[in-house]
Design a protein around this ligand. Structure first.
Ligand SMILES: *Cc1c(COP(=O)(O)O)cnc(C)c1O
Length: 385
């Protein structure tokens, strides 16, 4: 049964065509070049390894906010340590939000990003929930454009690689009282990354957490905020110790419904071709990858349903063969096939444990759009450089 009545409003965000050109918005974040950029050999070493989130580019974007001045002091400058008070609110109360997106090098050398208007809208939705100020879309996109223009040599060109962009907003006011802070910093940093599956498209095993929840009703589950990740680390550590790669969380209210992984949404493909994913109830983070995949499936005329998925029914459907594919999706890995689902009293293999046809097709279609090798009918791609 569909639970569309419980569904929360979904994010739209501006399409690439609705955003001003990158060269124009980048001017909002003027560059002070790094006086000591990485030397050729250090740069070469990073670009040869492309490990996820380990090495960072020469620059970072930033801006400040106070109630009196609003957003000001926008700039692009050398990447380096921050100077903040040990009393900064974020260090004590976790008032912060973040985003994750990628810059892709196309075959003609140009550099593009995927749905930045969506990420800008989600950043602001997260900011509202964490009592942080909203950042105008033109600033969000302008900061990315200025950073990628300054650090273009860090955008890899090899197959499946990209420059991962991490915008974030933190409460830096030095104040231990409990209220929304009055001094806020926005920053964006970048890290060159390789393909998530250097050894191919390998299904992962998932532990379903029945003891721990990452979020609860009325909490911050629909916001991209560090606290949700902090809550997922212990269950993740325990699952890892049991030999599983990721954790799937159930809803905190009943403990019976699938929600998502710590940082990826989940999707089920039925044997009859229908595709299902948990509805956005307020305790699930609305992924851009999730939304794009659902759109691609609808474009292809496939049946797509956003609804309640109970663990008991899903296990039964996996065992009977009524469910043929299971995958997780998010910007970092795009699509991760799930081959095994286990918990305290069950352990099932999905199909024969190999990635399914729909999973492979969606991965191919989405990444071909991102790398400019396929038409982009929804104006998802925005040119940065
Ligand atoms: C970021 C994130 C996702 C995936 O979102 P994308 O926009 O697809 O990258 C899913 N779940 C959680 C909890 C997240 O933080």
């Amino acid at each position: 049964m569909s639970t569309s009545s419980e569904q929360v409003a979904t994010l739209t965000g501006l399409s690439a065509a609705q955003l001003p050109p990158a060269a124009e918005v980048a001017k909002r974040f003027p560059l002070t070049p790094n006086a000591a950029p990485a030397a050729a050999d250090a740069h070469g070493e990073v670009m040869g390894k492309l490990s996820f989130g380990v090495a960072f580019t020469d620059h970072m974007g930033r801006a400040r906010w106070t109630p009196e001045r609003g957003w000001h002091d926008r700039r692009t400058e050398a990447f380096g340590p921050l100077t903040i008070s040990p009393a900064a609110a974020v260090l004590h109360y976790g008032q912060e939000v973040f985003e994750g997106l990628k810059a892709y090098r196309h075959d003609d050398g140009s550099v593009w990003t995927f749905r930045p208007g969506f990420n800008a809208a989600r950043f602001n939705a997260s900011a509202r929930r964490l009592a942080l100020p909203e950042l105008p879309e033109e600033d969000f996109v302008g900061s990315l454009a200025a950073l990628v223009a300054a650090d273009e040599r860090w955008v890899p060109g090899s197959e499946g690689s990209s420059l991962y962009l991490r915008p974030f907003m933190v409460a830096t006011e030095a104040f231990l009282g409990v209220r929304a802070a009055h001094e806020i910093d926005y920053l964006v940093i970048a890290s060159p990354v390789g393909p998530y599956f250097p050894h191919g498209f390998t299904p992962v095993s998932i532990w379903v957490s029945q003891d721990f929840h990452r979020v609860g009703p009325g909490g911050t589950g629909a916001a991209k905020t560090g606290g949700n990740y902090a809550a997922s680390l212990l269950p993740q550590q325990e699952a890892y110790a049991k030999g599983f790669e990721q954790v799937c969380f159930l809803d905190a209210a009943t403990g019976t419904q699938l929600e998502e992984l710590g940082g990826m949404n989940v999707v089920v493909v039925d044997a009859d071709g229908a595709v299902r994913t948990p509805a956005l109830t307020g305790t699930i983070l609305e992924g851009g990858t999730r939304g794009s995949i659902l759109q691609l499936l609808r474009d292809a005329g496939r049946e797509v349903r956003e609804e309640t998925i109970t663990l008991t029914a899903l296990l039964e459907q996996i065992r009977s063969g009524a469910v043929r594919e299971l995958f997780a999706c998010g910007t970092a890995a795009v699509i991760t096939p799930i081959g095994r689902l286990a918990g305290a009293d069950f352990d099932v293999t999905v199909a024969d444990g190999a990635p399914g046809e729909t999973t492979r097709e969606l991965y191919g279609t989405l990444t071909e759009i991102q790398y400019g090798r396929r038409p982009d009918p929804h104006e998802w791609m925005y040119r940065l450089v």
